[in-house]
Design a protein around this ligand. Structure first.
Ligand SMILES: Cc1ncc(COP(=O)(O)O)c(C=O)c1O
Length: 403
């Protein structure tokens, strides 16, 4: 049995196979306990009060920021901005950085593999500033080649925004190479780390990321807390995204001066309990260790893909090598709509995702309307993979096919 499962109350007393971890992960009791401790001992509006609970709440919130900074290798705590999620983090960069820097004719380079959260903010900024959105195309298995990267990132590029791991193909993009090329051309690099941060060690310096976004809920933290890392010098020069309480230094009837980092980008009452939960999730993940996470996921993915390849009429997308899937296995079953596949699996309490995975341009490029997707995490088991394979092998029969 997987030794970590006992930490997850949701798995107690049922036999649900939860394979939708790329959408959101389950939370261990340690995360809930940390949030409960905050709630029960020092809940107060942080950063405002001069009394003990508020001071303690502020300390808890800033400790969480420090933990995040260390977790992703930021140089300064003030380079960590708490947001609601990856989507908000990317919007912050688009609204604040892109809208104040881009000029007509500039280019924003992204890839065809991106999630809508790393497409729409750039579409908006490009439209507003008269800039152009340029797509790096991938090979059929999801790989971006150096030739393609070099041909799309030119002197006109001002922003290169790339997902570190695709939520559809599971492929890990060569972010360091992309960053080096982008920096040679004078562009800043924005990395969508939503699918990488839960599964592999991340160091923003080593990656060459100027901005890096991720969500707490995808690494066992609570929903509603996300992170934007930004290089200090860039954040300092950027205008605020949201305005209001907490983010000011001084306000007159007509104008205002803004607070120092990170408060400048954290308008309104912050999600301190969420930050505390995220910190506990990071500590839990560090306790498990990325070596274990990666080894477990790789073994489970190999078993799953190996089994899928033996089932007739199944197409698995992405790389041949299961180690290059980051636990994500996107597939289709000939003649079966992915929604039907998911519904059939649900009748046996096997939870997967079906649809366009917020990546419609990629679906179009793949020549499909939608796909099914199983996504694993280190707390999943071989028995679950075998149950999944058994149900998948019976889907066509359920839907009336004779083979
Ligand atoms: C690659 C990628 N980017 C961004 C997001 C958006 O994350 P959130 O909904 O937490 O903002 C997701 C979520 O599935 C994702 O997979």
């Amino acid at each position: 049995m997987n030794p970590y499962r006992k930490d997850f109350p949701i798995f107690d007393g049922n036999d649900v196979v939860y394979f939708d971890n790329a959408a959101t992960t389950q939370r261990p009791r340690q995360v809930m306990e940390a949030m409960r401790a905050f709630n029960d001992t020092c809940n107060a509006n942080p950063l405002r009060g001069l009394y003990q609970w508020s001071v303690e709440a502020t300390e808890a919130y800033e400790n969480a920021r420090h933990t995040v900074a260390e977790f992703i290798g930021a140089r300064w705590d003030c380079e960590i901005i708490f947001t609601r999620n990856t989507t908000e983090s990317l919007n912050l960069v688009a609204y604040s950085y892109a809208m104040s820097r881009l000029e007509a004719g500039d280019e924003i380079v992204i890839s065809i593999l991106e999630h809508h959260s790393n497409i729409l903010p750039w579409q908006m900024a490009a439209r507003a500033r008269g800039a152009r959105l340029v797509y790096m195309e991938c090979l059929p298995d999801g790989t971006l080649t150096e030739e393609e990267i070099r041909s799309k990132i030119t002197d006109r590029a001002k922003i290169v925004a790339i997902g570190q791991v695709s939520n559809v193909m599971g492929v890990t993009n060569p972010v360091r190479l992309i960053a080096d090329i982008a920096h040679e051309k004078g562009a800043v690099v924005v990395v969508d780390g939503a699918q990488s941060t839960p599964h592999m060690p991340v160091n923003v310096q080593d990656l060459g990321a100027d901005f890096f976004a991720f969500s707490g809920h995808k690494l066992m933290g609570p929903m509603g807390i996300g992170v934007l890392y930004g290089r200090r010098d860039l954040l300092e020069e950027m205008p605020p995204f949201l305005t209001g309480g907490e983010m000011i230094e001084y306000v007159t009837r007509e104008s205002a001066t803004y607070a120092e980092l990170p408060a400048k980008f954290e308008a309104g009452t912050v999600n301190a309990m969420g930050a505390v939960g995220l910190e506990a999730a990071i500590r839990y993940l560090q306790g498990v260790g990325f070596e274990t996470v990666m080894k477990t996921e790789e073994a489970l993915t190999a078993r799953l893909i190996g089994g899928m390849r033996k089932i007739p009429h199944v197409t698995v997308y992405g790389q041949e090598d299961p180690a290059r899937h980051c636990g994500i296995v996107t597939f289709n079953i000939e003649g079966c709509h992915p929604h039907d596949v998911s519904s059939v699996l649900d009748t046996e309490r096997v939870d997967i995702r079906a649809g366009h995975h917020c990546a419609q341009p990629l679906m179009k490029w793949m020549g499909v309307g939608s796909t099914a997707r199983a996504s694993l995490y280190f707390y999943n088991t071989e028995e679950e993979v075998d149950r999944f394979l058994d149900v998948v092998s019976r889907v066509r029969g359920w839907l009336g096919y004779g083979d």
